[in-house]
Design a protein around this ligand. Structure first.
Ligand SMILES: C[S@@+](CC[C@H](N)C(=O)[O-])C[C@H]1O[C@@H](n2cnc3c(N)ncnc32)[C@H](O)[C@@H]1O
Length: 236
């Protein structure tokens, strides 16, 4: 096991990094419930799918959504980003629809190999039960509905919800074609003034960046509302 993964070392690194992030976040947005963010961050101490600024930005976007907000996430994996979104929401009816085949499928060569290695280590072929267990452990199950499906097929099945979603977060297949298809499928679900956010903008997943740039040029988004790490968010 690498030194940084030793439990004590990991805990010290977590306390330092998360503490540093939270000091800034609490100053920037004193109105948000950062203790809830910290509770979720502690649960996902071992997660390596996002940085504190990225997780904090998702929490902020969800916190800024209206009470009872409806959220769609494409690509949930084990539910870490989904929990940060759910934790920021308010109101009994607020919900995150977590769209994922939970099989870690990818048309990006590098990603497919990464998922394959992960599943071999897990000894499972789906992350759905882990997703559910994470939500249950945090007492957030009422705020999540897993949609076990391919992204585009789920958009077709949920067509009646078009124009009604407050926040959409896309973090599924990172190929250019898949990201383009996700934008085409899910952008119509955003309500006017809602938010559409993407992970991996400007990352090594150059297809994601290219697809988003094309949509910016085509005038798909009304304005950029923020960037944190490789997450970019737009007002619709
Ligand atoms: C990078 S992971 C998501 C990580 C998660 N958002 C987080 O930050 O914790 C990408 C996920 O997208 C899912 N995925 C890939 N292609 C998909 C597709 N076409 N339809 C649905 N889910 C897909 C994979 O199963 C995987 O769980």
């Amino acid at each position: 096991m690498a030194f940084k993964h030793w439990p004590l070392v990991r805990d010290v690194r977590f306390a330092q990094k998360c503490g540093r992030y939270l000091r800034g976040a609490r100053k920037r947005r004193p109105d948000l419930g950062w203790d809830e963010f910290l509770r979720v961050a502690r649960h996902f101490k071992q997660d390596d799918m996002g940085s504190f600024p990225e997780r904090g930005f998702l929490f902020q976007l969800a916190s800024d959504a209206p009470a009872g907000a409806q959220v769609v996430e494409v690509g949930s994996w084990m539910g870490a980003s989904t929990c940060f979104l759910a934790a920021g929401l308010k109101g009994e009816d607020a919900k995150v629809y977590a769209v994922d085949n939970f099989k870690g499928l990818s048309t990006c060569g590098e990603d497919a190999a990464w998922y394959h290695r992960h599943f071999r280590r897990l000894g499972a072929d789906s992350t759905l039960e882990i997703f559910r267990a994470n939500f249950a452990a945090l007492g957030l199950s009422a705020r999540a509905e897993p949609v076990v499906s391919d992204s585009v097929a789920a958009a077709r099945a949920m067509a009646s919800r078009q124009g009604s979603i407050d926040l959409i977060f896309i973090d599924g297949d990172h190929s250019y074609e898949a990201c383009q298809a996700d934008i085409a499928a899910w952008a119509p679900f955003a309500r006017r003034g809602g938010v559409m956010a993407f992970h991996d903008f400007g990352s090594r997943a150059e297809g994601v960046t290219r697809a988003i740039f094309e949509e910016i040029r085509a005038g798909r988004f009304a304005e950029i509302i923020g960037v944190a790490g490789t997450i970019i968010a737009f007002r619709m």
